[in-house]
Design a protein around this ligand. Structure first.
Ligand SMILES: N[C@@H](CCC(=O)N[C@@H](CS)C(=O)NCC(=O)O)C(=O)O
Length: 239
């Protein structure tokens, strides 16, 4: 049995972490049975981040990409089997764009815009006793600010960060074009990332410049909706 360790649902999404949502979609794509172990503390992941997953009682593996690799090894799961080398390279580039750059712009909208942070902190830390909550709220924001600076994106003005994020979204819209999925008529591995990250841009709980940018692309909104209907049919639309 596979156990997926991830954060609880929040902000109107199955997961406020796009990486957790990506791992869950990959597991759903594979058809393998899995159970979810919901935790609120990233230290419960072997590398201090979530998601993590354990296969047949083995050690927890941290990182969505390493979880995918383990799924390939153990389940012979290859959602890219039908792609040629060039398509695989394009899928790789799209996933890295979303995971390694747009992700940090998403983080910025949530944690550095104080009004939004105040709003989401209620969801993320609401279960904690009030005194602990207020301390964690400050410490967590300080850590995220430092992570954003370490990545480099956080060193820029907010207008520039949002412009970079908009450029990533515009690129995704152009690459998707009029296809149903990034690589054509059927979903492949990159769509676990695509749906997870773009749904996290369309997050129902608050507005952001990235959400405004995404909403200008009807094809991307329809894409996220296609992913919701396929993998999270019990959720209302995020569009
Ligand atoms: N490369 C990792 C990234 C995972 C990640 O960044 N997880 C974030 C949530 S979206 C996290 O748990 N952060 C907690 C922290 O940094 O303290 C993956 O693909 O799983």
């Amino acid at each position: 049995m596979i156990t997926l360790r991830q954060y609880p649902a929040a902000l109107g999404l199955p997961n406020p972490s796009p990486f957790c949502m990506k791992a869950e979609i990959l597991l759903k794509m594979s058809g393998a049975p899995f159970v979810v172990d919901t935790v609120n503390d990233p230290r419960k992941g072997p590398k201090g981040k979530l998601p993590a997953a354990s296969f047949d009682g083995g050690p927890m593996i941290g990182d969505s990409e390493l979880i995918r690799r383990e799924m390939t090894r153990r389940l012979d799961f290859d959602p890219d089997a039908a792609l040629d080398g060039r398509q695989k390279a394009s899928a790789h580039a799209i996933a890295r764009l979303l995971e390694e750059r747009l992700y940090w712009a998403i983080v910025h909208t949530r944690w550095m815009d104080q009004a939004t942070y105040n709003r989401i902190a209620r969801d993320l830390f609401g279960a904690m006793p009030p005194v602990i909550r207020s301390v964690i709220k400050v410490i967590a924001q300080r850590k995220v600010r430092s992570n954003l600076a370490g990545h480099g994106l956080g060193l820029h003005d907010v207008q520039d960060i949002m412009a970079f994020g908009k450029a990533d979204i515009d690129a995704c819209a152009a690459l998707l074009g009029d296809q149903d999925w990034f690589m054509g008529a059927e979903p492949t591995g990159v769509d676990a990332t695509g749906v997870a990250f773009l749904a996290n841009v369309l997050v129902p709980a608050f507005d952001s410049p990235l959400k405004t940018a995404l909403r200008q692309h009807a094809n991307l909104v329809a894409y996220v909706e296609r992913g919701r209907a396929r993998w999270y049919p019990d959720y209302p639309s995020w569009g």
